[in-house]
Design a protein around this ligand. Structure first.
Ligand SMILES: [Zn+2]
Length: 262
């Protein structure tokens, strides 16, 4: 609390008095000081007391952790394209089950042929699906001489194509070449736990030596999904992440709910 007198105001006159003149909560103005301001046409602004910072009822819970799966370059093939590349009636064989139930890495691989280079031994992921799709990193794009857009799986409208070669033939895809947009798979239970819905965009903070934030990770909710954040190799390399590492959720839909140094 302070007492504001005419003398104290006069001493500040040389520097100029603000208009309105702020009076902090609890401060008192002498009648002479009041008249002094009034006579100079200076209004009085009474400031409100600041609310004391509320103490959290309990310490903030740990930011929820999500496991990361790093996706290397791969292709999904339609049944027709499997036959065109490997022969009539050919069925893909499973090399390894993937984190999402029913999905597998096939033993078979293909070669991608771009205008500037080729990439060999590119893994096929099964099972076969409707439209063929080739997912590469931006770095792979430099090697091939192509510049695919960042897209979610299946969103292939207007994407460039690429030539895919197998042991029995080659197909020239007219579209389907993408850099996969980062996303997270989760079950409805997980979605409830993280308080998100299908289509939300979550903000993830990586930890470790090179902490980075991925601020627009698309949530995909399906009863068949296992919790897994899918990043491509460029993203994982930038953040020094490997498959099985964890990242923290620090916000959603453009709003940070926690601040983490990493
Ligand atoms: Zn995925």
């Amino acid at each position: 609390m302070a007492l504001i007198t005419e003398t104290s105001l006069r001493s500040r006159l040389a520097q100029g008095l603000p208009n309105p003149y702020p009076i902090a909560a609890g401060d008192l103005l002498t009648p002479a000081a009041n008249d002094f301001l009034k006579s100079r046409g200076i209004a009085i602004q009474r400031l409100k007391a600041e609310a004391p910072a509320a103490l959290p009822a309990e310490p903030a819970p740990e930011a929820p952790l999500l496991p990361v799966g790093v996706s290397g370059r791969h292709v999904h093939l339609s049944p027709e394209h499997v036959e065109a590349l490997f022969g009539e009636g050919y069925q893909l064989t499973t090399l390894k089950e993937l984190s999402q139930p029913g999905q597998f890495a096939a033993q078979e691989t293909v070669t991608l042929i771009g205008p500037k280079g080729v990439l060999q031994n590119v893994r096929i992921l099964g099972p076969s699906r409707g439209a063929s799709q080739v997912e590469i990193s931006r770095t792979d794009g430099f090697a091939l001489g192509v510049k695919p857009p960042v897209r979610l799986s299946g969103d292939l409208e207007g994407t460039p194509g690429i030539t895919v070669a197998g042991p029995k033939g080659a197909v020239v895809l007219t579209q389907g070449l993408i850099v996969a947009k980062n996303h997270v798979h989760m079950s409805p239970d997980d979605a409830q736990r993280f308080e998100v819905s299908d289509g939300d965009r979550i903000i993830l903070q990586t930890r470790g030596d090179r902490p980075l934030a991925f601020t627009d990770v698309v949530v995909r909710v399906n009863p068949r999904y296992a919790l897994d954040v899918h990043l491509d190799t460029d993203e994982a390399n930038a953040a020094q992440l490997n498959t099985g590492d964890t990242v923290q959720m620090i916000g959603k839909n453009g709003v940070f709910t926690r601040a983490e140094r990493g």
